[in-house]
Write a protein that binds this ligand. Structure first.
Ligand SMILES: *Cc1c(COP(=O)(O)O)cnc(C)c1O
Length: 341
């Protein structure tokens, strides 16, 4: 199969329209058969539920070309499961999990020419999403929905070497204790944009959110979970009901334990403890791990010993091991890679 003529190594993280996308509609209480279409534009009634009351959820995962030239998905069943949880929380009909995976596979196969080649550092980003389509004006869930999957090639997150990020502790909250922080809903992002722009304006890359109830415990950033490495080489990550259950974070903890022989812990982490940690990283599908060099809390700086010009040593090992698994250079745990082609 002929690949598209794209400068893979210099792709950014942006939308590029690809060939086909998957669409299925929910009407009269049932999902239709679903089709692949070339139509990239969505036309909706002016009062569609998604437009008025933000009934929309999404997922994000990637397809990679492995060393032996297969196109693979990384643990897509975890995205299927998480999307079902998101749908239920927003009173939307879940798209069945087996059909979710089938739709992702069909869409990736149909766009195989856009899957970046092995060694380019780039990948195919996959965006499944689900939203309310029929007119709604009184506050209630929509009755009709659309599930779509599109794909777009994205470049290597780090061009050259990874640059450690600086975070600030936000005065805004991301998620209420019993709110929607644990689901992947557009609404969580809409309300984070102001805080994000304010952080950028002050020269920070991202906001670190503390728990909204006590403002003492570390939660996550706007779009990534956080992990720390202690000085005695334990890998720890916050436990909270209002954190999004990142597939990358869950995989990294497994890799830390089973591949690198490190102790791992998922527990409440007081912000006060952070000054004692050796390394810090943000994890998510986009970058796998972005190292964090510094966290600033109202003028008070916490600088990690790993510094501002490279990843910490253990962060680097975690990164190399997980990306090695994803690219087929290291043996994957059973069931982690789904071969598409
Ligand atoms: C998507 C997302 C993540 C990362 O999850 P992955 O499954 O690892 O991509 C982390 N935090 C938030 C708030 C997210 O929306």
């Amino acid at each position: 199969m002929e690949k598209k003529n794209i400068d893979w190594a210099n792709l950014g993280f942006g939308y590029i329209q690809t060939g086909k996308r998957y669409v299925s509609n929910f009407k009269n209480g049932a999902w239709d058969d679903g089709v692949l279409t070339e139509e990239a534009t969505v036309t909706l009634n002016e009062s569609a539920g998604v437009l008025q009351y933000a009934q929309t959820i999404f997922e994000g995962l990637k397809a990679y070309t492995t060393q032996d030239n297969h196109i693979v998905l990384f643990r897509p069943e975890l995205n299927a499961e998480r999307m079902e949880a998101s749908a239920k929380r927003l009173e939307m009909p879940p798209f069945p999990q087996d059909r979710f995976i089938e739709a992702v596979v069909l869409t990736v196969r149909a766009n195989a020419a856009f899957v970046p080649p092995y060694g380019s550092g780039a990948a195919l980003y996959i965006r499944p999403y689900l939203f309310g389509t029929n007119p709604v004006i009184g506050v209630k869930p929509a009755d009709e929905y659309q599930f779509r999957v599109f794909v777009t090639p994205v470049g290597p997150y780090f061009k050259g070497k990874a640059r450690p990020l600086s975070l600030r502790v936000s005065d805004f909250d991301r998620a209420a204790p019993n709110g929607t922080g644990h689901i992947k809903a557009g609404l969580n992002y809409a309300m984070s944009l102001h805080a994000l722009m304010a952080a950028h304006h002050e020269g920070y890359d991202e906001n670190l959110y503390l728990d909204a109830a006590t403002r003492t415990k570390v939660e996550e950033t706007g779009g990534a979970n956080i992990i720390f490495v202690t000085k005695d080489r334990r890998v720890i990550t916050p436990k909270s009901k209002s954190i999004l259950p990142s597939v990358t974070r869950r995989s990294l903890l497994y890799v830390a334990k089973e591949y690198l022989g490190l102790e791992t812990e998922e527990r409440e982490i007081a912000f006060e403890e952070v000054q004692d940690f050796a390394e810090c990283g943000l994890c998510g599908t986009a970058a796998v791990i972005s190292p964090v060099g510094k966290i600033v809390n109202h003028g008070e700086e916490v600088c990690f010993p790993s510094g501002m010009d490279k990843m910490g040593a253990i962060t680097q090992q975690l990164y190399d091991t997980l990306t090695g698994i994803q690219m087929g250079r290291l043996e994957a745990p059973k069931g982690w890679l789904k071969i598409v082609e």
